[in-house]
Design a protein around this ligand. Sequence first.
Ligand code: NOJ
Length: 544
Amino acid sequence: MSKNNMPWYMNAVFYEVHIRAYCDSNNDGIGDILGLISKLDYIKNLGVDCIWILPIYPSPLKDDGYDIADYYNVHPDYGTLEDFKRLIQEAHNRGLRVIADLVLNHTSDQHHWFQTSRSEPNSKFRDYYVWSDTDDKYADARIIFLDTEVSNWTYDEKAGLFFWHRFYSSQPDLNYDNPAVVEEMQRVMKFWLEMGIDGFRADAVPYLIEREGTNCENLPETHQILKGFRTYLDENYEDKILLAEANQWPMDVLAYFGDGDEFHMGFHFPVMPRIYMALRKGDASPIHWIMSQTPDIPDNTQWCTFLRNHDELTLEMVTEEERQWMWAEYAPDPRMRLNLGIRRRLAPLLDNDPRKIMLANALLYSLPGAPIVYYGDEIGMGDNIWLYDRNGVRTPMQWNDRLNAGFSEAKPETLYAPVIDNEEFSYKVINVEAQEHDPHSLLNKMRHLIDVRKLHPIFALGAYEFLAKEHTKCLCILRTHSDEQVLCLFNLTNSVQQLSLDLAAFADRDIVSLIDGNSLGKIKLAETELELEPYEFQWLSLKC
Ligand code: NOJ
């Protein structure tokens, strides 16, 4: 694929926003769509291409909106459908795209489909959900929300039956063996696409279909249904994307790309914890290993990579031993742990050390895939482990050092969640306004990193190769696209590292830093010696 004909998502940087948490325009203590619109210039200036917004639909909010009660409206806390249309227009006017969550697997138990299903056995909605006389079917399916759920079945008094759910018991799973459900979801897609959105982050896709004797994940029938959604998209729209949330091993995610005819993008989950492992151990091996387990994907598809998101830092895709190690290192307080993960933000995880934060980001951007920035991580926001569930990483965005961090003018006690105000991460110190004015701030460094990455589509398209694998204290990645090379170097340790690289194949070329434009001289036939400061990274172009 050449730089000129690549689809937009190949070289995109995404920004994940929780509207509830971003900016409150009507001062009721809850962020809203108009608030987000007022911050679109900030987002544009960050250099990202596409905003992913968390669910905004009417919902009892038992799972912060992933429990949808009506697919065709906006939760009154967030605004109206008109506001949403304006958001899309305003974003598009600035050259930003917007994708939204498509929650396929389940609804809220408050959805009228479920309410009718449980109370009217003869209605067409009975078969919209997965009901059973017993709670012993599909026993090989794991429980995902381990801290709260004891079974994937819950008894419903009204129906006199058990219903199936992979997440909270307030989120009954839809029955995708019923073609009517598939049609319903296609209608939902159409509704939002007609409104102008640029695609969907499809939630929890591995679990659509259940079959006895399997773990009920990644089944061929599930892929058939997903391919149908893609066909619908391709037949009716242009330039829209489907991004798969499948928390699985890369070999299993491969199937979600199909032959380039299922998802355009898929999250790469397991590389994420290994970046944290590599940094804490000062050892590149976990990254070498997971990339060796990462297959090539079809040409027109792309991985989507991230360091953090709105959920716990998931440790599902690591061994038990690695999980215990990650918990011991990164979640020493039991309150920091949730399900099989860690409920902390990027900056606190990385000791609030800007060198480590920038290194982790640059490392992520150097691997194949299109990266996501989680709102607030670009300024190094902290978290609040004392809030319920995953709410501690969903606190109000910190805009300035004034009332409620500039998020809202409501009375502080009426905010949906308190702003972070602890010693190290207080909004009085960590906020957008302060960082705007400081050329060396994390925010400005992140902007520069994003700009550089986007200026060089080699990061999105290029092949990659690890160099000097035996020198595990550093990670060395050579990206190549046609006759262009970029060398990405990372010192994963707190001490100076000398690197000796065989770059004879590129002899006589200039080594130029992409970050500051400085030249490091010409490549020689002999080994090239390079020195990296503690936690330093370099992006070096090998210019012909
Ligand atoms: C994945 C979402 O990221 C998470 O927040 C949600 O709880 C589950 N899917 C269930 O929808």
